[in-house]
Design a protein around this ligand. Structure first.
Ligand SMILES: [Zn+2]
Ligand SMILES: [Zn+2]
Length: 113
């Protein structure tokens, strides 16, 4: 059986983004990026309508926030790491832990589902 690579960071964009299609994605704030949350290159993402956006961990496990633009689309120009001073910073330890632990718990299921 063919095993697909389910690690988003190693997968190529499949969402017809004009600059990433067919390529892996390592930067998340390229102004011309039109990647969708469902793009194969998008890491596990927490959609958070409460803050009009979504959060995810980059390859270094840093938490990023991206605002939504229109339904299903993201404003990558304003994607930003959640650092000290960011409004999400007080919640970032909890969210980062949640995403990391969920990712770790799902790893054993990688090829079973
Ligand atoms: Zn893109
Ligand atoms: Zn894409």
């Amino acid at each position: 059986m063919h095993r697909t690579n389910r690690n988003a960071r190693e997968r190529a964009c499949d969402c017809r983004c004009p600059i990433h299609h067919g390529q892996a994605r390592s930067t998340y704030n390229n102004p011309d990026c039109h990647c969708l949350a469902t793009c194969a290159s998008q890491p596990m993402t927490l959609l958070a309508p409460q803050i009009n956006g979504a959060v995810f961990l980059d390859v270094t496990n840093a938490l990023w926030y991206v605002p939504s633009l229109e339904p299903g689309h993201w404003d990558w120009r304003y994607a930003t790491p959640v650092d000290v001073g960011h409004p999400l910073f007080p919640a970032s330890t909890l969210i980062t832990g949640l995403l990391r632990e969920t990712h770790a718990e799902l790893l054993p299921l990688l090829y079973r589902l």
